[in-house]
Design a protein around this ligand. Structure first.
Ligand code: AMP
Ligand code: MG
Length: 326
């Protein structure tokens, strides 16, 4: 395994060479770390599914660094898609659109659409540019487990990856918002850092927003259980009076004095939703790694604005334990 210091261009060169040769590189984006391969090389993309143990029905997002790539990857970059891209890219918005024939089936799991985004991270953009190809990348973790927000989290879950670019902690901390455009309607396929309000403000007259209620699985980000730690995770509620021994407690502000626990992690001092988002996965990783912690409890946040994406991840991480009693 190779490591390098973030701002060393030679090492981005080295990582780009690995992508060119069909290898896998874990790299930072502003959301979470991605596990990248040349999106146009089906054999390289197959290695992502193998290393992640990701089911083949779960399509990958393609990361680009230029609008030329966008036009090459899709047959229909219409005005609405362009307006969304221009407003939010580089940034944590993935847009699902009709795919062109150069996109291998394995990337889209056989769908005729492809999810594309331009990440807002200089290392990611330079890697894509130097590799000379768009990069398909899901989160750099084993399927269903916690998303990685630093290089240590990647190494823990994917020790056999060819190369890890270490860019420190990611700034946003949860996965991108995913949308698709259907005529005048923009469907939210996965909530993320960019909220419905943000999108409505950016394009006030053009779109109606709606959380998609797909009959078929259009986005595995909609799976009920995902992003899970390897220990029971419970969401605090009024019926929980006190916590069992060896509990880890994740709180979002200093004002919650109701519970005592072996270990407490604060994602924010003041219930600031941007801070909570940035520290959410890291707090779960820390609880997962702490041997003194047997059960993890987490405070919920109000499901408004960015709180919708935070609670989406929390509920999926806690899904197996949400309805069971202690
Ligand atoms: P991950 O990067 O592991 O968080 O997963 C990428 C997410 O993007 C998954 O939930 C995919 O289902 C979603 N996605 C990628 N491509 C498409 C597509 N063509 N249609 C719908 N969802 C997609
Ligand atoms: Mg993921």
């Amino acid at each position: 395994m190779l490591y390098f210091c973030p701002m060393n261009n030679n090492n981005i060169d080295e990582a780009a060479q690995i992508i060119k040769k069909g290898g896998l590189v874990a790299f930072p984006t502003e959301t979470v770390y991605g596990l990248g391969a040349n999106a146009l090389n089906p054999m390289a993309v197959a290695k992502i599914f193998e290393l992640k143990e990701r089911p083949s029905f779960d399509p990958l997002i393609i990361h680009i660094a230029s609008y030329d790539d966008l036009k090459a990857l899709s047959t229909e970059v219409n005005e609405k898609i362009m307006a969304l891209a221009k407003h939010f890219w580089p940034g944590p918005l993935t847009i699902v659109m009709p795919k062109s024939s150069i996109v291998p089936e394995i990337v889209t799991s056989g769908l005729d659409t492809v999810g594309i985004r331009m990440p807002n991270n200089p290392i990611a953009l330079e890697l894509i540019t130097k590799a000379g190809c768009p990069i398909a990348a899901p989160s750099a973790n084993k399927f269903g487990q916690l998303s990685p927000v630093n290089a240590h989290h990647v190494k823990k879950q994917l020790p056999d990856v060819d190369y890890i670019l270490d860019g420190g902690n990611t700034s946003v901390g949860i996965e991108s918002t995913i949308v698709s455009i259907d005529g005048d309607i923009c469907h939210l396929l996965r909530p993320g850092f960019i909220t419905i309000d943000d999108i409505e403000k950016a394009l006030p007259d053009t779109f109606v927003f709606d959380i998609a209620k797909p009959e078929k699985l259009v986005s595995p980000g909609l799976l009920k259980s995902h992003y899970s730690p390897k220990k029971p995770l419970y969401i605090l509620n009024d019926s929980i009076r006190r916590l069992p021994a060896n509990s880890g407690l994740i709180l979002h502000g200093r004002n919650n004095q109701l519970y005592s626990a072996e270990k407490i992690i604060y994602t924010s001092e003041t219930h600031d939703k941007i801070e909570i988002t940035a520290h959410l996965f890291d707090s779960l990783h820390k609880m997962e790694e702490d041997e003194s912690v047997k059960n993890i409890f987490i405070e919920p946040v109000e499901e408004k604005g960015l709180g919708i994406a935070i609670m989406d991840r929390v509920k999926k991480a806690a899904y197996q334990y949400n309805n069971s009693s202690l």
